[in-house]
Design a protein around this ligand. Sequence first.
Ligand code: 6PG
Length: 480
Amino acid sequence: MKNSIGVYGLGVMGSNLARNMANHGENVAVYNYTPDLTDQFVSRHAHSRIEAYYELEPFVRSLKSPRKIFLMVSAGAAVDSVIESLLPLLDQGDIIMDGGNSDFHDSNRRYRALKERGIHFISVGVSGGEEGALNGPALMPSGDQEAYRQVAPILEKIAAQVDGKPCCTYIGPEGSGHYVKMVHNGIEYADMQLIAEAWQFLHQIVGLSIPETAGVFKSWNESELKSNLIEITAEILSKTDQETGKPMVEVILDKAGQKGTGKWSSQEALNLGVPSTIMTESVFARFLSSLKEDRVQAESLLEGPSPSGEEMDKDYWIKQVKEALFMGKICAYAQGFQQYKTASEQYGWSLQLGDIALIFRGGCIIRADFLNHISDAYQENKDLSNLLLAPYFLEKTNRYQASLRNVVMKGFESGLPLPCLSSALAFYDGYRSARSGANLIQAQRDYFGAHGFERIDQQGTFHARWLEPETVTTSVKVNK
Ligand code: 6PG
């Protein structure tokens, strides 16, 4: 009997996805470029529905037509070389899926190149880490809709399920699935940094012990903040290091790593001209964290406020921080979804933002209860310009903005950096200001570069004669 799907790449993610498919009744062929991982897979995960291959040709020949091959290899050049090696063995109409964290520009290119050769290419954003891969990830597939229909039964079955719905839906053309995964990771970075700031505030300013902060996060996970990241934070904070007896988090070096998807997401926000400030701050915060040696030296040289020694009202501040965190999260997700909207318009993808929120409810790292409200907001108004304007979020932000302000002011007053919480507040206040300070910037640009400006009372582009000696400066209409 032929296999219904092949999984190429037997790292942890590939192995677990193959097992997930087999557990859902699919006959799966697996292959890895080097035999060591195949050996390991065979010895650890033998399964009646999985056939392991050591040669590429029989692996491909074992697949039902049209062949469906799921790549789970490192993003970048490896994906291209695997595709090159597969091409001579494939027929028109066969389907290659790429489940890695690939750059969506690469996915667009691969989609087009393969289309010319009659092969379908589906970019599949996969979220949920190794646990999700085995028990139900969130999947973000894109490419030709017709090709997606052929793989949908498998993908939708192995995805996480929430309220009877799979956390997998067709995203859009070309590499849009990897785009959606990339911004998911940008939001993930922002969310993680916001949580870290809230935690530091509770520990350093409010004076809670680490086990006490674990308890706070545990209780928050039973509130509107309920989400995977809050839940794992509570668990992390309650762990003790066996060697020292200290809380585990205290013995971990405070330098954050990254593989690049958060940075890509911010770079892409800059390219599109959208203010995804919170995720971008979170990328910079990771960079700053990695300057450990500098920070250690600077701590003894650079001055800041002295500890106030003030007795904090713990219950009051825990509530303030909770509301500030929720406010920060709302702003971060609002920015991420605004980035989806702009990308969709710019690239002609017709992304369904409500559906994206729905598939993020389960399986993925940023899964959270409040995604239901994001989905509802777009179901009610699919042209919504920003989530902050949807009724649920309006009500929340109007209620919680004062807490965010309070926490940021207290943090700043105490010398605690809160890059993402303060960025959320700056975005919120900037977004709700009908009049910004950009009129002065326009004047400066016109002064030194004759770049022109628009007036609030007349149509057209104007230039002012800034250097003429009159006290009253005239502006003249210019052709642009
Ligand atoms: C996911 C995660 C996953 C991975 C991140 C980590 O959705 O399952 O986002 O893709 O854990 O890429 O990224 P950094 O190493 O950049 O923090």
